[in-house]
Design a protein around this ligand. Sequence first.
Ligand code: ZN
Length: 292
Amino acid sequence: MHTLLTHHLYPLSVGGSLAAFLTGRALGWPLELIVVACSLMVLASGALLERVMPFEARWRTPHGDGRTDAVSAVTLIGLVDPAIKAALPVLAVALLPDSGALPLFPTGVPFLLQVLLAVAWIEFAKYWSHRAHHTVTALWWLHALHHSSQRLYWLNNFRFHPLNHLLNALASMLPLWLIGAPTDVLLGAAAVTQPILMLQHANLDLRSGYLNRIFSTNEVHRWHHSTRPDEANANFGSVFVLWDRVFGTYRYSNRSNAPAGVGLFGDGGGYPSGQSYARQLSSMFTPACCHV
Ligand SMILES: [Zn+2]
């Protein structure tokens, strides 16, 4: 049982989510509910498994970050995500000509291929958005909230500045709305990607083997949170490592499975790491921001 989980938790999670989604689609069930339910099940499984098979035992205890992470999760899930979901179609309609969405998305090809194409685009857009957040100082100030955590665990998945989250959504999802990607294709993409995201920061001693060369697993993503810039400025992929491999930013070694430290680089460049969620969000307005 232990080996089944350590070696196959990713394929079990993604396969289960996709199977539930396709079954629901065939039977006319509410697809968004299925995606959310599968995501929550994977997230809860990861959180529970952290108690029995952690990668780092010391990451199981709070590092003064629990309140910030909880507030960030509630804000992102309860406010930011619903607002983005409501606003994107409206924004797309406002930007489109009277004739509606540009008929560029290939709706004539098989459904799973449509999902694959949507995922490839979303990954491409998020790769460059993430990379820009590491290279443009003003954007790094937003993204620093995510990297200021000094441990990795299940709740880090939702530790994002709302503007960082919004920019990712605009870059990845708005173009798909504009070119007429069907809603069930977008939900299918979420059914594939959400289980991977829900496990990406998990403090689990997984051994995903060759899947580390396909997915941005917790083993691969761990390097992205290194305190060393040469290790952290890599693995920008959201869910897959495809674009990291294409653009030469893929970093993984099965000989050394973790960076020496997790968190911001050096002294953090003046970022108010460890302070309240509100203080970290508003730091983008302080003089230190964007001139480092
Ligand atoms: Zn990052």
